[in-house]
Ligand binder design. Structure first.
Ligand SMILES: Cc1ncc(COP(=O)(O)O)c(C=O)c1O
Length: 436
């Protein structure tokens, strides 16, 4: 039941007190003596490129996630590119990608001169709509990028059934999904191979960084060549400096690996806290009028990387531009001290790199692959569009070391803003914000 608006709950954006006091929300990630010791030991060592911490991090992460092999990269994007090549994707092949994700879930396809084909999302889960996959498959389709967005796994049973029927490889984009489960199985263990990100804001942070994971040794070796100048040996081995294949330089650095290793020791504890904090929000925000809470269907275990809600415009009686009202509500939440934000304002097919179909000049890779007629019309992805206009999310308030006291205050702020939503004048709020 929605609670009654309290007299003292004057919105902070209208001059009232903040629901979340300054200094209460602690930054991510927490740093302790384990981080300090391991990073300092790397600094004082002699291998600053791909060094012993990188090798150990690969082994420890593979063991943590349950993969045979792991390769430490300088980004999740690098790991995605490696994954496509390990799956045998080549120039001109079609790769299915959800219409809503981080840009590099799709640009990694162009990195190998292949062609991204977008599939709309399922509005409830915000993941690729599996029911729409078959209609997007062409004779040139080679792989699917299964993005486990915001830490909610895709329905891998249904996805793998379609993929196997059409002989397609599945790359898991688990960049946001460390420790998320589908029927008890960890993301990154269900498809043919997977990519994780360790960028600053991810559930496991090494500053920047990523991990390619796989069980098949041949695929591991193909990915390893791409990762390291086309060579077959790492800087820890005796190299012949020969490019056996086209390679990039995707290796991670020892300092980042030392930081990542220290954080990995605490990862299970972090994810547990995220789940506890999300449970507080899920409980306290039930029934808030106008708020569509994130879902966690039966059989799925979220990691709550990003607590993303949508606004039901009809329920709050708003008939104007949904994105304007969403932005105004977000400003009101921010004024209350809630670190809410809009993650993506554009669905992927709307981004200029796809609309222009000219990544490398001369229309490449679409022109030479007879793919200029691939349809990136945003109207074909109505659920992704609706999501981008109405969503907002949060990461840090749910992260360790923040606990239930923070989640309580955040829930208080949501109640305050949504119960007073009729007092918000989006045009005035956004005009004021634009002046700042
Ligand atoms: C879903 C998804 N895929 C891929 C990436 C790329 O990871 P990185 O920034 O480490 O390259 C990100 C990072 O934000 C992401 O969220």
């Amino acid at each position: 039941m929605p609670r009654k608006a309290k007299a003292e709950s004057k919105l902070a954006i209208l001059g009232g007190p903040k629901a979340v006091p300054d200094g209460l929300v602690k930054p991510w990630p927490p740093i302790d003596d384990t981080d300090r010791k391991m990073v300092l030991a790397s600094l004082e060592g002699t291998n600053h490129a791909f060094g012993p911490n990188c090798k150990a991090f690969q082994e420890e992460f593979a063991a943590w996630n349950g993969n045979r092999f792991a390769i430490f990269t300088n980004s999740g994007t690098a790991a995605l590119h490696m994954a496509l090549v390990a799956c045998g994707v080549g120039a001109g092949d079609h790769v299915l990608v959800p219409a809503y994700s981080w840009s590099s879930s799709a640009t990694c396809v162009i990195h190998h001169n292949a062609i991204p084909i977008f599939v709309d999302i399922d509005f409830d889960t915000v993941n690729m709509d599996v029911a729409q996959i078959e209609a997007a498959i062409t004779p040139r389709t080679k792989a699917i990028i299964a993005v486990h967005l915001h830490g909610l796994a895709m329905d891998m049973d249904r996805l793998l059934a379609v993929a196997r029927k059409h002989n397609l490889k599945v790359v898991e984009d688990a960049c946001q999904a460390h420790g998320a489960l589908f029927h008890g199985k960890k993301t990154g263990t269900m498809g043919d191979c997977a990519a994780f990100s360790f960028n600053q804001n991810k559930c496991l942070c090494s500053g920047e960084g990523g991990m390619f994971v796989v069980d098949d040794e041949e695929m591991r070796n193909v990915a390893a060549q791409l990762w390291n100048f086309g060579e077959t040996r790492t800087p820890l081995e005796s190299r012949d400096y020969h490019a056996y294949a086209l390679g990039w330089m995707y290796r991670g650095a020892d300092l980042a690996a030392a930081f990542g290793r220290a954080q990995l020791q605490k990862l299970d504890g972090y994810i547990k806290i995220q789940r506890e904090n999300a449970a507080v929000l899920n409980r306290k925000l039930q029934g808030v009028r106008g708020l569509i809470l994130p879902t966690e269907p039966k059989g799925f275990t979220h990691n709550w990387y990003n607590y993303t809600s949508r606004i039901d415009m009809a329920a709050i009686g708003w008939t104007g531009d949904p994105a304007r009202m969403r932005d105004a509500i977000m400003k009101a939440l921010q004024a209350e001290g809630v670190g809410a934000g809009v993650w993506q304002r554009f669905i992927l097919p709307r981004m200029t790199v796809f609309q222009a179909k000219n990544a490398y000049g001369h229309g490449s890779p679409w022109a030479e692959n007879d793919a200029l007629d691939v349809d990136y019309n945003p109207d074909r992805f109505p659920m992704a569009e609706k999501h981008t206009q109405t969503h907002f999310g949060m990461t840090v308030p749910l992260r360790a070391p923040n606990r239930a006291d923070v989640a309580d205050r955040v829930a208080e702020a949501f109640h305050k803003v949504f119960e007073n939503v009729s007092r918000l004048d989006p045009e005035a709020i956004l005009a004021q914000a634009a002046k700042k």
